[in-house]
Design a protein around this ligand. Structure first.
Ligand code: TRP
Ligand code: SF4
Length: 329
C-alpha cells in the first residue's frame, strides 16, 4: 500500500498579472509539487479585500488574470484543485468559528500586522478584518486539513499562528485539525530591469504574459554592472542584475562561462543578455502556447474553476461538519 499523498494548500492574493519573480518565488514550486502532493490552490480574493476595500472593482479582473497565469504556467486542473476563496463560503464560516477562540493579542503581536500597516500607511488598516487576516488564512488551511503549506519566509508567522489555532481548537473541542507544516520555498530574489527587486509597483517587471519581443526588449535595456561603461571594460557579475538572472535561468556551463568571460571582457553585455533572453524565452514559450489555447476557448477557465470549486466545497463541507460536531453546534 502506498501512503496517501500529503495534502498541501496554498493561496495567492490576486494583484493582476504575474511576473517572473512571482514565478520563481512561488508558482514554479506549485507546479512541481503537483508531482508529489495532493494540491489545493486558491485565489485569495477575500484577503485582497482586507487591504484593498477602497478599490474592490479590480479584484475580479485581477483574479481572472492570475488564474490564467496559473494555468499557463502549468497548474494542471486534472491534478490540482484550483478555486476562488469567495466561491467557497465555508471559509467565512470557519473564520467566524475560529475567531471565537483566538485571543486578540495573538493577532496584535503578529509582526506582519504592524509592518503592513506601516508599509501601507496611506490606507486605514485599523479594521477588524485586517487584524483577522491570519485567522482567515488559518481557516483556508485548516478547512482542507492540509499537511503542508508552501510559503515564503514572510508567511511563517501566519503559519505558526495557524498551528497555534489548530492546537487550541483540538484542545478545547476534539482532535479535528492536523498541525500544518510550512514547506519553505527557497527562492532567490529576482531583480527587475532596474536592478531593484522585481515588483509590479517598481515598473521593472517581466510578465509571464509579455510577448516575446517585449521580453527581449526589457532584457536588452536592463541595467548591468554600472562600472562597465565600454565593451572593453571588464565587468563584475557579482554586482550585475543580469547575472542574477543567469543564475536562476541558465544552465551551469553558461553561468560559468559568463562569470569568467565578463571579468576579462571576453563577452559583451549585449551577447550576455541575448544568452539569458534565450533561456527565459525558452521557459516562457510553453506558457505562451497554453495561453493561446485558453484564449481560444473563453469558457475553459470558468469550467476549470467551477470544477475546482465543487471539489473544494465538498472537502470544506465535510470538515465543517466535523467542526460543528466537535463544537456541539
Ligand atoms: N497571505 C498569503 C500571501 O499574501 C496568501 C494566502 C491566503 C495564503 N490564504 C493562504 C497562503 C493560505 C497560504 C495558505 O501570500
Ligand atoms: Fe552583466 Fe553580463 Fe554585462 Fe557582465 S557581461 S556586466 S554579467 S550583462
Amino acid at each position: 500500500m502506498t501512503p496517501r499523498p500529503r495534502r498541501i494548500l496554498s493561496g495567492m492574493q490576486p494583484s493582476g498579472r504575474l511576473h517572473l519573480g512571482n514565478y520563481v518565488g512561488a508558482l514554479a514550486n506549485w507546479v512541481k509539487l503537483q508531482e508529489t502532493h495532493e494540491c489545493f490552490y486558491m485565489a485569495a480574493d477575500w484577503h485582497a479585500v482586507s487591504t484593498n476595500y477602497a478599490e474592490t472593482a479590480q479584484i475580479r479582473p485581477y483574479t481572472r488574470e492570475m488564474l490564467i497565469d496559473w494555468l499557463a504556467a502549468g497548474l494542471d486542473p486534472r491534478r490540482s484543485t484550483i478555486f476562488v476563496q469567495s466561491s467557497v463560503p465555508e471559509h467565512a464560516v470557519l473564520h467566524l468559528l475560529l475567531s471565537m477562540i483566538v485571543p486578540v493579542p495573538w493577532l496584535e503581536r503578529n509582526p506582519t500586522y504592524k509592518e503592513q500597516q506601516e508599509q501601507l500607511a496611506s490606507r486605514d488598516l485599523t479594521t477588524y478584518g485586517f487584524l483577522g487576516y491570519p485567522v482567515l488564512q488559518s481557516a483556508d488551511i485548516l478547512l482542507y486539513l492540509a499537511d503542508e503549506v508552501p510559503v515564503g519566509h514572510d508567511q511563517l508567522p501566519h503559519l505558526e499562528l495557524t498551528r497555534e489555532i489548530a492546537r487550541r481548537f483540538n484542545h478545547l473541542f476534539a482532535e479535528v485539525f492536523p498541525e500544518p507544516k510550512p514547506l519553505l520555498t527557497e527562492a532567490p530574489k529576482l531583480p527587475g530591469t532596474d536592478g531593484r527587486k522585481m515588483s509590479k509597483s517598481y515598473n521593472n517587471a517581466i510578465y509571464l504574459s509579455d510577448p516575446e519581443p517585449t521580453v527581449r526588449e526589457k532584457l536588452r535595456t536592463m541595467v548591468t554592472d554600472p562600472a562597465r561603461k565600454r565593451r572593453s571594460d571588464p565587468g563584475n557579475p557579482d554586482v550585475c542584475p543580469v547575472f542574477a538572472l543567469h543564475n536562476v535561468f541558465s544552465p551551469p556551463t553558461t553561468i560559468e562561462r559568463v562569470n569568467a568571460d565578463c571579468r576579462t571582457a571576453a563577452i559583451g553585455c549585449i551577447d550576455c543578455k541575448t544568452l539569458v533572453a534565450d533561456e527565459i524565452v525558452g521557459r516562457l514559450s510553453p506558457m505562451w502556447e497554453r495561453r493561446k489555447a485558453l484564449a481560444a476557448d473563453p469558457a475553459a477557465l470558468d469550467r476549470v474553476v467551477g470544477e475546482g470549486t465543487e471539489r473544494a466545497r465538498s472537502v470544506a463541507r465535510t470538515t465543517l461538519a466535523s467542526v460543528n460536531a466537535a463544537m456541539h453546534l
